[in-house]
Design a protein around this ligand. Structure first.
Ligand code: AMP
Ligand code: MG
Length: 487
């Protein structure tokens, strides 16, 4: 793209990752695609990044988001990383992604602009470097829903169908998702740095990450320990927020845990309909490692892997370093519990704190499990005065719980009505339910009919507004619902 045009469009690239040692990335252009077609473009996000939609034709945007045309000053790379996948350590890297560059938004923030599905790289191993349209639309739907729910997440800027076919179990239309993130530095990036056996390089990565995301740590007596503390706090907060909305990430490998604290890598993730703590959707997660209720302990396990990488920086004395790092990672449990409880209090309309709240919440969850109640709608119904027909509301034990709960919220100085107003702002009515996601994807991918998809995405932008179509639970629970990785 010529210089004048690039400025008019609003690109303001400032590449800093490429100043890291060469071990951390390779220069990599997206591989050309044959016949790109723009399927989704996130206009509000485009604008917030400082990009002017009107400055280019749709065809020109399509060329950009397919990787066929590279804006001036972009410097595409593939990043190296490693990771524990289901507990097993592997060297990985962007096998099907390219970081176009770091865009500085008009409000001075830095965002990675990354293409996912943009072709092979030196890290592709046996993969084709490509992605199918269905999973890329799925990431767009769910990541944007998470954003609207106020949960830290990578965003989705565009989906382009490539016009090429990708071979999976069947042949599928290919696509590229443009992902926007605070950065793509993962726990696995630090694990990769550790494999270099060079403390200096590890330190360069740590200093870079601290500068980029946790600059306040530089003022601390032990910046690397402070860094570990901050990453731990952000994960505790993030995972508690997943729990509040019934989100199951599905593949919490260490390469899929972002240091900045954003939800990243929407593969086999899904929202739970009926409440059950052991819910798992991922086809490959046979042991339930990444089940709903396991997410906090797994996040902590991942943080322990992260802490191990920082040991050489935390203290020269290894024993002391281990002691400090362990203390930090052990802090996760309390932080998680605190943030979880705080959010659950909001979900049931509590402004003040009482020691018995935890029991009140747990009793409700047990009743939901027993009655196979819809997680989202139970809270939503409690928030309003609708007459409830679901089984849980007929359960005598629930009725007793309900009385106790009403008494608890009426006793607060804010009163019942204010509590319910707060609940309506914290309990979504619209989430990306599996059956709706599947319907949107099948219409889009098989029939090239994007109306339902676009309506669904629009409804998900206002999750706290009831919707006739998109708030409905599935007619019947689909016990066989399965999600897939890396497709
Ligand atoms: P994910 O399951 O998406 O977190 O991916 C795990 C690793 O596999 C990452 O290094 C990806 O880049 C890589 N990968 C996934 N799918 C492909 C593919 N089709 N071609 C090449 N690499 C891939
Ligand atoms: Mg990944």
């Amino acid at each position: 793209m010529n210089k004048q045009k690039s400025e008019k469009v609003g690109w303001h690239f400032d590449q800093t990752y490429i100043k890291l040692p060469k071990d951390f990335f390779v220069e990599q252009l997206p591989i050309e695609v044959s016949n790109p077609k723009l399927i989704l473009l996130n206009e509000p996000l485009l604008k917030s990044l400082g990009l002017d939609k009107e400055s280019l034709s749709l065809e020109a945007w399509t060329n950009i988001f397919s990787g066929n045309e590279i804006p001036e000053k972009a410097y595409p790379i593939a990043q190296a990383y490693a990771g524990h996948q289901f507990g097993h350590f592997t060297l990985l890297g962007d096998g099907r992604a390219v970081l176009l560059g770091e865009q500085i938004s008009p409000d001075g923030k830095r965002f990675d602009i990354q293409f996912k599905g943009s072709g092979q790289t030196p890290y592709s191993r046996r993969g084709d470097g490509r992605a199918a349209l269905g999973p890329m639309l799925r990431e767009y739907i769910i990541s944007e829903a998470m954003h609207a729910l106020n949960i830290p997440t990578t965003r989705s800027l565009a989906v382009v169908a490539t016009g090429d076919v990708v071979m999976r179990e069947e042949s599928l239309p290919g696509a590229i998702l443009t992902r926007v993130a605070k950065s793509h530095i993962r726990v696995g990036t630090f694990q990769f740095a550790s494999t270099l056996n060079d403390v200096n390089k590890l330190k360069i990565l740590a200093d870079y990450t601290i500068d980029r995301h946790f600059s306040e740590c530089k003022e601390e007596a032990n910046p690397y320990l402070a860094f570990l503390n901050r990453v731990t706090e952000r994960q505790a907060s993030l995972v508690s927020q997943w729990m509040h909305v019934g989100f199951i990430h599905g593949v919490m490998n260490t390469d899929n845990m972002s240091i900045s604290g954003e939800t990243i890598d929407y593969g086999p993730c899904a929202f739970m309909d009926r409440y059950h703590p052991e819910t798992v959707f991922s086809s490959i997660d046979r042991q339930g490692r990444y089940a709903y209720a396991n997410q906090a302990p797994i996040a902590q396990w991942n943080l322990a892997r992260f802490a191990e990488t920082l040991l050489p920086l935390i203290d020269q004395d290894t024993d002391k370093s281990i002691q400090l790092a362990s203390q930090s990672v052990n802090g996760f449990s309390d932080q998680f519990q605190k943030s979880w409880l705080q959010g659950m209090r909001q979900k049931i309309g509590l402004f003040d704190e009482d020691a018995s709240d935890i029991n009140l919440i747990n009793e409700l969850l047990i009743l939901m499990q027993k009655n196979k109640a819809d997680y989202t709608l139970t809270f939503r119904h409690l928030s309003s005065d609708v007459i409830l027909k679901d089984a849980i509301f007929e359960d005598e034990s629930f009725k007793a719980w309900y009385k106790k709960w009403l008494y608890r919220i009426q006793k607060q100085k804010e009163g019942e009505a204010t509590s319910k107003l707060m609940m309506l702002r914290h309990n979504p009515a619209v989430i990306p339910r599996n059956y709706l996601v599947e319907k949107a994807l099948s219409l889009a991918v098989e029939d090239q009919d994007y109306r339902f998809l676009n309506d669904f995405i629009a409804a998900l932008q206002k999750p706290y507004e009831d919707s006739k179509v998109f708030s409905e639970p599935p007619l019947e629970e689909d016990k066989s619902y399965q999600t897939f990785c890396g497709t």
